[in-house]
Design a protein around this ligand. Structure first.
Ligand code: MEV
Length: 440
C-alpha cells in the first residue's frame, strides 16, 4: 500500500486515520472503483451511520447487506416459532419451512440444550537455563500439576473477580506431549471450566485466563504461553429430534430413499461434508441473523462431526416402529444472547424479539431444529426429484436481474427461461430485447 498523504500533503497517514471520503478516494485511486461504486458504499442506512460501523471493525468502508427472511411452521417443544434467518442462497428458507410443516404434523421438534459450559486453556511449559525441557521429568510434571490443583480455589477466585454473571467453576490439569515435527516436548495444559450462562463467553473466558496466568507462573515456577478459550465446545451440546410421517414423504419408498441418503453421508466423508454443509445453511443463516460468531460455530461443529476419528453426518435418520422417519441432530452450540454484537446491533435485537426466547438454551434448541429441518429438506429433495428444479425458479429470477431486467419484467423473463429450459444471461437478454421490440 502506498503511503497516504494528508490533504496538505505533509505527514503520511494510515488508512485507519482517514475519514470515509478519504478512504474511498484512496480506493478509487488504487483500484478501478468508479464514483458510482463509492457512492453506493457511502449510501448507508440511517441505523448504520459510518460513525457506528467504524467502531465495529477496523478500516471500515461500508456494509454488505444480506437478505433476512423468516422460516415458518416451526413448532419446537410445543411452542410456535417464526425464525428469521439471513442468507444469500435461494431455496433455503422455503425448504426449512416446508420441512418444519411436515415435522409439525409429526408432533413438532423436541429439542434441548446443555448448560453453557466452556473451556479456557492455559499452556504451561518449563525449561531450565539451557532450554532443556524440565517437564520431561515425570516428577516435575506431577509437582506442577499438584501445585495448580492445590491452588485451585485461589485461582478460581481471581478468575471470578473478572465477571459477575459468568462463573469459573473448576480447574483441570492435564499433560500434553508435542506431536508436531518440532519436538517441543511436554506441556501442562490447565483448563478453566466456565459457565457462560446466556453469553457466548469468548471475551470473558479469555480475560479470566489472562487474569490467572501471573499467579500460575508464580506458584509453578513455569512459563505460561497461550491463554485462550477453546472453541471445541463439546460440553455445550444442543439436540433435536423430529418425526416425519411416512404418508407425507412418499410412504415406505420415500423413507427408504432418505435412509439411503443418510447411509451415504454416514459412511463417506465426501458426501458427509456436503450433507453437513446443507444443515449449516440453516445454522449459519440463523447465526448471522442473531449476531453469533459463526466461525466459532463452524469450527466446533465440524470438529464434532469427526469426533470418532472419521468425519460423519451430524444428523441420524432411522425408522419408527410404525415406519415413519425419525431424524436426530446433536451439535455443539456456543452462542450468546447477551454481550458483543448481540446487544448493540439494531437488527439482531429485532430478530431476537421475533424469536421471543427466554434464554440461550431456547435459542440453542432453535438452532438444532433448523439444522435438522434443513437437512431433511435437502436429503428428501436429493433422494427424490433432485434440488435443481426448485433452485432454478429462484436462480432464473437472479439471472434475469443480472441480465438487466426491470423489476416488473423479472417474473415474466424467469418463467420464459424455465419454460424453454434455458436459464442463462444470454437467453434473459434475448427476452428483454423481445419485450422492447414488442413494445415499440
Ligand atoms: C446446498 O446448499 C446444500 C445441499 O448440497 C446439501 C446436501 O447435499 O445435502 C443440497
Amino acid at each position: 500500500m502506498k503511503s497516504l498523504k494528508k490533504r496538505d500533503n505533509s505527514i503520511p497517514r494510515k488508512f485507519y486515520e482517514l475519514d470515509l471520503d478519504d478512504r474511498l478516494d484512496y480506493l478509487k485511486k488504487e483500484t478501478n472503483l468508479t464514483a458510482k461504486d463509492t457512492k453506493l458504499l457511502k449510501d448507508l442506512p440511517k441505523n448504520f451511520s459510518f460513525n457506528k460501523i467504524d467502531k465495529m471493525i477496523e478500516n471500515c468502508i461500508g456494509i454488505i447487506p444480506i437478505p433476512l427472511g423468516v422460516a415458518t411452521n416451526f413448532v419446537i417443544n410445543g411452542k410456535k416459532y417464526l425464525i428469521p434467518i439471513s442468507i444469500e442462497e435461494p431455496s433455503v428458507i422455503a425448504a426449512a419451512s416446508k420441512a418444519a410443516k411436515i415435522a409439525s404434523i409429526g408432533g413438532g421438534f423436541t429439542a434441548e440444550a446443555d448448560d453453557s459450559i466452556m473451556i479456557g486453556q492455559i499452556q504451561l511449559i518449563s525449561r531450565d537455563k539451557n532450554n532443556r525441557d524440565r517437564l520431561k521429568n515425570k516428577r516435575e510434571r506431577e509437582r506442577v500439576t499438584k501445585i495448580i490443583i492445590d491452588n485451585k480455589e485461589e485461582l478460581l477466585k481471581i478468575a471470578n473477580s473478572r465477571s459477575i454473571s459468568v462463573i469459573a467453576k473448576d480447574i483441570k490439569v492435564r499433560e500434553l506431549y508435542d506431536e508436531s515435527i518440532n519436538n517441543m516436548g511436554y506441556m501442562i495444559i490447565i483448563e478453566l471450566i466456565v459457565d457462560t450462562r446466556d453469553a457466548m463467553g469468548a471475551n470473558v473466558i479469555n480475560t479470566m485466563c489472562e487474569s490467572i496466568a501471573p499467579k500460575i507462573e508464580k506458584i509453578s515456577n513455569a512459563k505460561v504461553v497461550l491463554k485462550i478459550l477453546s472453541n471445541y465446545s463439546i460440553h455445550r451440546l444442543a439436540r433435536c429430534r423430529a418425526t416425519f410421517p411416512k404418508n407425507l414423504i412418499g410412504g415406505k419408498k420415500g423413507v427408504d430413499k432418505i435412509l439411503l441418503a443418510y447411509a451415504f453421508a454416514y459412511s463417506d466423508v465426501f458426501r458427509a461434508v456436503t450433507h453437513n454443509k446443507g444443515l449449516m445453511n440453516g445454522i449459519d443463516a440463523l447465526a448471522i441473523a442473531t449476531g453469533q460468531d459463526f466461525r466459532a460455530l463452524e469450527a466446533s461443529i465440524h470438529a464434532y462431526a469427526a469426533r470418532d476419528g472419521k468425519y460423519r453426518s451430524l444428523t441420524k435418520w432411522y425408522k419408527s416402529r410404525k415406519g415413519d422417519l425419525i431424524g436426530e441432530i446433536e451439535l455443539p452450540m456456543a452462542i450468546g444472547i447477551v454481550g458483543g454484537i448481540v446487544s448493540v446491533h439494531p437488527i439482531v435485537r429485532i430478530v431476537l424479539k421475533i424469536l421471543d426466547i427466554k434464554n440461550v438454551k431456547e435459542l440453542a434448541s432453535i438452532f438444532a431444529a433448523i439444522g435438522l429441518a434443513q437437512n431433511f429438506a435437502a436429503i428428501r429433495a436429493l433422494a427424490d426429484e433432485g434440488i435443481q428444479k426448485g433452485h432454478m425458479k429462484l436462480h432464473a429470477r437472479n439471472i434475469a436481474i443480472t441480465a438487466g431486467a426491470k423489476e416488473n419484467q423479472v417474473d415474466f423473463i424467469a418463467e420464459r427461461m424455465l419454460k424453454e429450459n434455458n436459464v442463462s444471461v444470454n437467453k434473459a437478454k434475448e427476452v428483454i430485447q423481445l419485450i422492447k421490440t414488442t413494445r415499440n
